[in-house]
Design a protein around this ligand. Structure first.
Ligand code: CA
Length: 424
């Protein structure tokens, strides 16, 4: 999977600031519109977007132009060969100065473009594979036995709501719902008082599977089109009251934010790492979830970050404060195991389906992926620079998720940002 497009010596004639998320080795896919143009497919390079539809129309890209005409990436993501062809061709166009005059007119400044949800999301499923998060949350309810017995056998998940997946930047409207505190006799209906974020990665499904045809674990990787950042906004007070016995419902489905760029499976090839060995005494995955190749390179060397700005920090001109630095290696199950388990009963996945990993916390206090963990269930306010504190999110708070894939011998690549500000 490593090829000339990953060569760390590659430089583009497009000016890319040092350390930028989108060097020519990345080339993430997205849907954008600019000026009078309708939403169409683009690739990010530095602070510019390559207009793939325009390149195809100009004969500079050899592929079925319908795949990049927009307004969604579903068809392109489903076609791994086409995805790889676009990557190779655009890499060549952007690194060979002789193509500059022909290609440059088809570049758009990011600041002059609007970014859209990259796919028509048919279904959205959220998993729970961040074992430190699952342990921390479980401990709030069951101090002696935080993880339930199924956790190390089943990649736990639930079906989320596709209609409320939005691209980064969508306002976060504080949901109303039933809230019942531990000391209250009965619930009341009103605005959420324990609004939280969840640091997750999203998986964009490429090729789907037919109903009744499970995806074998050894093939699951070929169904991954790419990854993004995902914020599973959560109303903890609604959740605590409603979740028994069927799990998350209105506490989760009011909004899910994703970063606009699909960092493709091809771009991520250099950043595949071995899945962490299970601790001594943990059960081995059942055979349908076991694959040597997946264990050898099914995880990702991706660092994850959460930053917060508040109305007060912005008014003071202060930089956003970092709330957490975590990493994708804290997933107890691989992406392939998530996909294989999801389809193991014959459930059909479709191109453009979105899977969330679940909150990815690390083992220490500086790597917690949600406020409910940082504040110990709301019991210990988190101190912010400037004297503010938070147990949960307040109106005006803005949460930014970012990520960076890093591997020795390769140019690091990033994901852009997944941003949401609490309205009010
Ligand atoms: Ca979640």
């Amino acid at each position: 999977m490593i090829d000339a497009t990953h060569d760390p010596a590659l430089r583009s004639w497009v000016d890319v600031p040092a350390g930028h998320d989108f060097p020519v080795q990345n080339l993430p896919l997205g849907i954008f519109s600019a000026a009078a143009s309708a939403p169409r497919a683009g690739m990010a390079i530095g602070e510019r977007i390559v207009d793939l539809a325009a390149l195809a129309a100009a004969g500079l890209l050899k592929l079925d132009a319908a795949l990049v005409a927009g307004p969604t990436l579903n068809a392109l993501l489903a076609d791994a060969a086409a995805r790889q062809t676009v990557r190779r061709q655009v890499s060549a166009l952007l690194t060979d100065e002789s193509h500059r005059a022909a290609v440059e007119p088809h570049l758009v400044q990011v600041r002059e473009a609007s970014l859209h949800l990259p796919c028509r999301v048919g279904d959205y499923t959220d998993f729970y594979v961040g074992i430190h998060h699952a342990t921390n949350i479980g401990r709030l309810f069951r101090p002696d036995a935080p993880l339930l017995p199924n956790y190390k056998y089943v990649p736990i998940g639930y079906h989320g709501r596709a209609s409320t997946v939005r691209v980064s930047g969508a306002p976060v409207v504080r949901p109303h719902g039933q809230r019942k505190g531990p000391s209250e006799d009965a619930p009341t209906f009103g605005p959420c008082r324990r609004l939280d974020y969840e640091l997750e990665m999203g998986v964009w499904i490429g090729r789907g599977n037919d109903l009744g045809q499970p995806i074998p674990i050894a093939e699951a990787g070929t169904h991954v089109a790419g990854l993004c950042l995902l914020n599973d906004w959560s109303a903890r007070d609604l959740q605590a009251w409603e979740y028994v016995p069927l799990g998350p419902f209105l506490a989760k489905n009011f909004l899910t934010s994703v970063s606009p760029w699909v960092v493709t499976a091809e771009a991520l090839a250099p950043f595949r790492i071995a899945q962490a060995l299970r601790p001594e005494g943990d059960p081995a995955p059942l055979p349908y979830l076991s694959d040597l190749g997946d264990q050898a390179r099914g995880a990702f060397a991706i660092d994850l970050f959460v930053h917060l700005s508040t109305a007060a920090t912005r008014a003071a001109g202060s930089a956003p404060v970092r709330l957490a630095a975590s990493a994708a290696r804290h997933m107890y199950w691989t992406v392939a195991q998530m996909i294989t388990h999801h389809s193991s009963n014959g459930c059909a996945l479709q191109p453009g389906d979105l899977l969330g990993t679940g909150t990815i916390s690390g083992p220490d206090d500086a790597s917690l992926g949600s406020l409910i963990e940082m504040s110990r269930g709301g019991a210990q306010p988190v101190a912010l620079p400037g004297g503010e504190t938070r147990t949960f999110l307040e109106d005006g708070d803005e949460v930014t998720l970012t990520a960076r894939a890093v591997a020795e011998g390769f140019v690091p690549i990033g994901f852009g940002a997944c941003v949401g500000r609490i309205a009010g």
